[in-house]
Design a protein around this ligand. Structure first.
Ligand code: SF4
Length: 313
C-alpha cells in the first residue's frame, strides 16, 4: 500500500495529471521491471524489436526470446541476411509468427535504405514495414527520448479510468482518447518518457483489465473511476479473451512447432515434414488443410508437390 488517501478525484484534468505524474514517477522508480531493453541498455533497433515482440505477448514472456534474438541478430543488417527458416524458428512460441517475417522485411529496409540506422522521425518510422502508430511512438519515446504520446491498450485503460472515470472502449483508439493522451502528457521530454513508461507499466501490473489492485495503486487518490465506485468494471474490455483450443491459430501453431523440431534434410539444412507426419498432427483434415494453406499464403511454410512441408529459406 502506498499510503495514498482515497479521496474523490477533483480538479481539472491537467492539474490532476501533474499530481498523478509525481506519484507515478516515484512508483516507477521503485517498481519498474528490469527488462533488458529498458534504461538505455538497448539500441533503438533493440527497442523496436522488443516492441514488436510485446505487441500480443506479455513482456515477461518476451525476455528470453528477445535476448536470444538480439544475441544472434544484434542489428537490422544481421536480421536482414538471416534465412527465413531461422527467423521463424527463433520466433518460437511468441505467437502470431507473421510478425517475425514483417520484422525481417523491416530489417531489410533499414539495412538497405537507411544505412542500418533506425530512422529518428515518426514519419520515417511509420513508413517501415510492420511499424504502426504504437510502435513508431514507442520508439520515438523510449529509444529517442522525444515528447510524444504513446497509446496502447494499457495506457488507454489507465487514462480512461483515471481522467474520465470509465472503462475504455474496444477497437482502435479514437480521436478523443488521443486528445486525452496528448493533454495529460508532461511538457518536458524526459518526464514524458517516464510518464509513458509508468502509465503503461501501471496498466500491466496494477490497473489490469479485470482485477485492478486499487488498494496498491499510486494514483488512487487521483482516480475518477475509483471515486465513482468502479462502474462497469471490466465490462468494456478492449479485447475479449479469445478461445484458443481447437482454433485455426492453435492448429497453425502445432504445424509450425512440428516444423521447427523436424530433422533437417542432409546438405540443405531445411527441416522437412513428410505428408504422413503432417496428417498425424490434427484429426480434422479439412481444418488441417485450411491451416496449412493459410501458413503457405502467409509465407511461413513451403509445400512440396508430394505434400511435404518445410520452412522457407
Ligand atoms: S488501479 Fe484502481 S485506482 Fe489505480 S488507476 Fe486503476 S482503477 Fe484507478
Amino acid at each position: 500500500m502506498t499510503g495514498t488517501a482515497h479521496v474523490p478525484a477533483s480538479g481539472n484534468t491537467v492539474s490532476r495529471a501533474a499530481h498523478a505524474r509525481l506519484r507515478l514517477a516515484a512508483w516507477w522508480e521503485a517498481n519498474a521491471r528490469d527488462l533488458p531493453w529498458r534504461f538505455g541498455r538497448a539500441t533503438p533497433w533493440g527497442v523496436l524489436v522488443s516492441e514488436v515482440m510485446s505487441q500480443q505477448t506479455q513482456m515477461s514472456r518476451v525476455v528470453p526470446y528477445w535476448t536470444a534474438w538480439m544475441d544472434r541478430w544484434p542489428d537490422a543488417a544481421a536480421l536482414a541476411a538471416a534465412p527465413k527458416s531461422d527467423v521463424i524458428t527463433m520466433w518460437g512460441r511468441l505467437g502470431y509468427p507473421r510478425r517475425a517475417l514483417r520484422l525481417q522485411e523491416c530489417a531489410r529496409v533499414v539495412a538497405t535504405e537507411c544505412g542500418d540506422e533506425l530512422p529518428r522521425t515518426y514519419d520515417a518510422l511509420i513508413a517501415l514495414p510492420g511499424v504502426g502508430d504504437y510502435t513508431a511512438s514507442a520508439v520515438m519515446s523510449f529509444a529517442y527520448g522525444e515528447r510524444i504520446a504513446v497509446v496502447d491498450t494499457n495506457i488507454r485503460r489507465v487514462l480512461s479510468r483515471v481522467f474520465l472515470g470509465e472503462e475504455s472502449r474496444g477497437g482502435a483508439a479514437n480521436a478523443a482518447e488521443r486528445a486525452l493522451a496528448d493533454e495529460v502528457l508532461p511538457a518536458d521530454a524526459s518526464r514524458s518518457v517516464v510518464w509513458n513508461q509508468s502509465v503503461m507499466e501501471l496498466g500491466a501490473l496494477v490497473c489490469t483489465a479485470k482485477n485492478p489492485l486499487c488498494a496498491h495503486c499510486p494514483v488512487a487518490g487521483d482516480c475518477m473511476f475509483l471515486a465513482a465506485g468502479r462502474p462497469g468494471l471490466g465490462e468494456r474490455r478492449t479485447r475479449p479473451r479469445q478461445r484458443f483450443q481447437g482454433t485455426d491459430r492453435q492448429v497453425r501453431g502445432i504445424v509450425l512447432d512440428a516444423l521447427r523440431k523436424a530433422p533437417g534434410v542432409s546438405g540443405e539444412g531445411a527441416s522437412v515434414l513428410e505428408r504422413a507426419t503432417v496428417e498425424s498432427l490434427w484429426k480434422d483434415r479439412d481444418q488441417l488443410d485450411r491451416c496449412v494453406a493459410s501458413l503457405d499464403e502467409d509465407g511461413l511454410i513451403e509445400i512440396a508437390p508430394d505434400g511435404s512441408l518445410r520452412l522457407p529459406q
